[in-house]
Design a protein around this ligand. Structure first.
Ligand code: GCW
Length: 688
């Protein structure tokens, strides 16, 4: 059974009715242009293979329609006059490369479904969309879909290392590397490119942002042929390859004495490196760079700033059209917990905002969605949109580092949606993150969304089967952020589990309830952390409380939370604009879910919900566990209604999630009871 491996591309899931409907149209595929290579060829192959899997019969590819028979017409608006004619010439002029149209044309003698792409790549996206429509039972007699992606850069970041390990990976080992080698010949890489293209991904950075010695070698003549082989597989699916680069590469490789960005020899070294990379990979996307962050080298070492550092690399890539995705995850990770003035949350804004206007136009600042680090709840990074003259890309985390390690279910699309819908007010009302990332608030020349992926060599790619929903959902959401989290979940469930409505509604409900549940049984009210140090799974309330990482909750006998106000705290709230800054500044207007991120309050402080903070902590921790218990009951009722393998696998993970949730509940409740001495009004069991 390979339903785990095929993910949402299980074309054999088709029900009888959908099969009969599709058969009507799919006997002939009319193709009027040459499709010998690249995404155009892939589109033709994917459509034929998909139809063959669905219908048990390979459709014929013919150069012209057979009179009196329905057909599927496939092509690009520029390459096929037939396509342009059937979908209406005038409409095609505005077609971007990645756009497409799917339309049923029902006229006597030419009943056809037209799949029209702005290019081969657009057509490939059209094919995946069309196949999805068939599986989800759309009426093929009246299709009319026009799509264009909202974001130019729709990226994935791998944190894979060449020894085969994956930093923060929870789905096995890397399928890109093993034992110091690049697995360039592996068929899995092609299957992966296919999965990613099917959800619209167009750029993938293939190595960890922590670039160590071995991975620095990816830029050398020795390993570039292997990297190029991966780029070749990606290219067929319309995906550009990016590499994470070690800022100190020339030093690491022993070729220069310094990595000072203003040193001519250093700049020349990078120019040669760029020339080399583009010789092997003509459509290379560019570098992702983690500099001066968590002990990685960067321009600070040489007394230079981040504009100096990024621009030096950007200059090397510019002649070839390459980008520098420069990460803003720069903060002091050697903090002293005794020092109450330093606030990690402030760091990205403080470092980068003053540099606005100094970056070259092929530099894109890569900013994590929150100011800390992918917690279950954080405010939106105030740096996003704060730089008018500097390109920005948003970074999400699909891999569940702080949200359950793909042992616990945690469907993250609702979280990402909240981030994208946040109105920054940087240019007045209507300056939402989703539009900033699209370059529609400030006229960025390069922008979009990226995310750290959750895949590995596990048979089902993501460890937990249900974690596939995060990968799928990420791609769908950044193609079109107007889709709802529930729509995306329901679509994924249908594509993945078929059309049994009881299974579908159970899985969709569990997904939709999962982020709120995880938030309930872990750290409360936006304060974050309380996780086991380094591992980041499981509870340890004070694990980071006296550490150098700058991640505190400051709980004492009277209260809890971090004062980040301008009036009495670190001033972080003042990094927001206008009404947002005011809303966060005051406890009375600060949203409950972020209260402890912005304020230190007594346990008896009354939330907008009407509950006291301490009672909220108790209640949510009991509720979170109860939620998982309910899922387990519901899951058991599905026995026999889905394949045994997934039934068992998900059941087992839910049991582990319950253990984790109980541990969190009991430790957190006991901790705060001991601190506050205030009993639970519900008189439930708290271990004292
Ligand atoms: O989330 C933290 C992780 C590190 C990671 C770092 C980063 C790749 O704990 O493992 O390093 O962020 O984003 O650079």
């Amino acid at each position: 059974n390979n339903n785990g491996y095929s993910c949402w591309l299980q074309y054999d899931l088709l029900g009888q009715a959908a099969r009969e409907a599709a058969v009507e149209w799919a006997q002939d595929i009319v193709l009027t242009e040459a499709a010998e290579q690249g995404p155009l060829k892939t589109a033709v192959d994917e459509l034929t293979a998909g139809m063959a899997a669905m219908l048990g019969k390979r459709p014929a590819i013919v150069p012209a329609p057979v009179t009196g028979r329905r057909y599927i017409l496939l092509g690009t608006v520029g390459g096929s006059a037939h396509v342009a004619r059937l979908i209406g010439g005038g409409e095609t002029s505005a077609f971007g490369e990645e756009s497409y149209r799917i339309k049923t044309v029902c006229e006597p003698d030419r009943e056809a479904i037209v799949l029209a792409g702005g290019s081969g790549k657009g057509l490939l996206y059209a094919v995946f969309h069309f196949l999805r429509l068939i599986v989800t039972g759309a009426d093929l007699g009246s299709l009319d879909v026009t799509e264009q992606p909202k974001y130019g850069l729709r990226m994935i970041n791998h944190w894979d290392n060449m020894d085969g390990s994956i930093e923060r990976g929870y789905a096995g080992r890397s399928f890109l590397y093993a034992d110091g080698r690049v697995l360039s010949g592996s068929p899995r890489i092609r299957d992966y490119a296919r999965l990613m293209a099917s959800i619209g991904i167009n750029g993938i950075a293939i190595n960890n942002v922590n670039v160590h010695r071995q991975e620095t070698m990816l830029l050398t003549e020795q390993l570039l042929p292997d990297v190029a082989a991966i780029a070749d597989a990606f290219r067929e699916y319309g995906i550009r390859l990016f590499l994470s680069a070690n800022y100190a590469s020339p030093v690491e490789l022993g070729e220069t004495a310094t990595a000072d960005p203003l040193d001519a020899e250093v700049a020349a070294w990078w120019q040669r490196a760029a020339e080399r990379v583009y010789r092997h990979i003509p459509d290379f996307g560019g570098f992702v760079v983690k500099a001066d962050s968590e002990n990685r080298p960067g321009p600070f070492t040489y007394g230079r700033d981040h504009a100096d550092g990024a621009n030096m690399l950007a200059a090397a890539l510019k002649p070839y059209g390459g980008l520098v995705l420069w990460r803003c995850f720069v903060y002091n990770c050697q903090q002293d917990w005794r020092d109450r003035t330093t606030d990690r949350a402030r760091a990205a804004y403080d470092h980068f905002k003053p540099l606005d206007g100094r970056f070259m136009d092929n530099v894109v600042l890569q900013i994590k969605n929150g100011p800390m680090d992918f917690q279950v709840r954080e405010p939106v990074s105030p740096l996003f949109g704060a730089m008018e003259r500097t390109n920005q890309i948003m970074e999400f985390q699909i891999t569940q580092e702080y949200t359950g390690h793909q042992i616990d279910v945690c469907y993250l699309v609702p979280q990402w949606k909240q981030v994208l819908e946040f109105d920054t007010l940087v240019k007045g009302e209507g300056s939402k993150v989703k539009d900033i990332a699209a370059g529609r608030v400030h006229p960025y020349s390069h922008c979009g969304i990226t995310a750290v992926t959750n895949v590995g060599d596990d048979d089902n790619w993501t460890g937990h089967h249900l974690a596939q929903a995060n990968l799928f959902g990420y791609g769908r959401l950044i193609w079109n952020p107007e889709l709802s989290a529930e729509q995306i979940a329901a679509e994924w469930v249908r594509l993945t589990f078929g059309d049994n409505s009881e299974v579908a509604s159970a899985v969709t409900d569990i997904l939709m309830e999962s982020w709120p549940a995880y938030e309930k049984y872990t750290s409360p009210l936006g304060v974050g952390w309380m996780v086991r140090p380094h591992l980041h799974y499981g509870v340890d309330v004070d694990g980071y409380e006296y550490s150098k990482w700058g991640t505190y909750h400051f709980a004492d006998r009277d209260g809890v939370g971090v004062d980040r106000t301008v009036a009495t705290g670190t001033g972080y709230a003042g990094q927001y604009v206008g009404a947002n800054a005011e809303r966060y500044e005051r406890t009375s207007s600060c949203p409950d879910e972020l209260l402890l991120f912005f304020h230190h309050v007594p346990y008896t402080y009354r939330l907008q919900s009407g509950k006291t903070v301490i009672q909220h902590i108790y209640d949510t921790h009991f509720e979170g566990v109860e939620q998982v218990e309910q899922w387990i009951v519901r899951w058991r009722s599905l026995e026999g209604k889905l394949d045994a393998e997934r039934f068992r696998h998900i059941g087992e993970r839910l049991a582990r999630q319950l253990d984790n949730a109980k541990e969190w509940r009991d430790v957190v409740n006991t901790y705060f009871y001991r601190k506050s001495g205030i009993p639970d009004q519900g008189k439930r069991v708290i271990f004292v």
